[in-house]
Design a protein. Structure first.
Length: 288
């Protein structure tokens, strides 16, 4: 019974982590069709923003939940204005440009902070289940993932900004004839996706080793989750994160974390082969 609870918490942690690290990419890739290979570096910048803020005496909750997303969101706006806005509709070019951007960010961060692993202490304590011990931060990540999904759903479903963003992504020319400035919507959407990535990086800072190259550990997982989820930004992301997070944690429990990653990628390949349009393309057509 005790080990079942611990395994359940690990599964919840895996699903929540996938939701958090993939949400920003789901907005940028799913809505804007931008292949952002610098997504992992946006996560890394959020983590570093948290660490540096805490080192400067800022409260860790404020650093994770406010400073990290705001900082990375501003970086995203600058990147969109200086680079991405010239590449819309050119998938290969966006892939090459953001790959180069990721190298620049990693190189610049390495020059400033070196390759030493840094981190912050978890703001929450732990608890024991029988002879096993777990962290209260695990259910906190799950709560934050749920709140983020609810926020995205509410904004996209009920607000004027969400309606305009969806309209521009579907038909920018028609939206422009109705008085909407597509360029501003693209900028705001890319900035929002970057901010969500920064939030994920900040939230993962207490449980991950922070180093300039840490983004490489997340980018592949984020892409297979978004691609596996399909065109439905919200329901596709939730179902793909739930499926892949469950597979990864169960496989890691019965084998090793390394084999768990391998089995995760094999499962993703099989899923995409069976469902080329993703989970939402088969089961959630027309859903947000």
């Amino acid at each position: 019974m005790d080990i079942a609870i611990i395994v359940g918490l690990d599964i919840i942690s895996g699903i929540a982590s996938l939701l958090l690290i993939s949400a920003g990419l789901a907005v940028i890739f799913g809505m804007m069709k931008i292949i952002n290979l610098a997504h992992g570096e946006f996560l890394m910048l959020g983590a570093y923003a948290t660490v540096l803020s805490v080192s400067a005496g800022v409260n860790i909750w404020f650093a994770m939940l406010v400073i990290a997303p705001v900082f990375v969101g501003l970086v995203g706006v600058i990147v969109e204005r200086c680079l991405i806005q010239f590449l819309y509709g050119r998938l290969v070019d966006t892939m090459l440009a953001t790959w180069g951007l990721s190298l620049v960010i990693v190189g610049g961060t390495t020059m400033m902070f070196g390759n030493t692993i840094v981190g912050v202490a978890s703001p929450l304590g732990g608890f024991k289940v029988g002879q096993y011990q777990s962290s209260l931060y695990t259910p906190f990540l799950a709560v934050m993932a749920i709140l983020l999904m609810v926020l995205v759903w509410a904004v996209m479903r009920f607000t004027r900004a969400g309606l305009i963003a969806r309209a521009v992504m579907q038909n920018p020319d028609m939206a422009a004839t109705l008085g909407v400035n597509p360029a501003r919507v693209y900028m705001a959407t890319f900035g929002a996706g970057a901010a969500m990535s920064g939030l994920a990086g900040g939230l993962l800072a207490p449980v991950a080793g922070i180093v300039p190259t840490m983004g490489a550990a997340y980018i592949a997982k984020a892409f297979i989750t978004v691609v596996g989820g399909g065109t439905s930004i919200l329901w596709g992301l939730i179902t793909a994160s739930g499926l892949f997070g469950f597979i990864n944690q169960i496989a890691a429990f019965f084998t090793t974390p390394v084999f768990g990653e391998v089995i995760l990628f094999v499962a993703a390949v099989v899923l995409i082969r069976m469902l080329p349009t993703g989970i939402s393309g088969k089961f959630f057509k027309g859903r947000l």
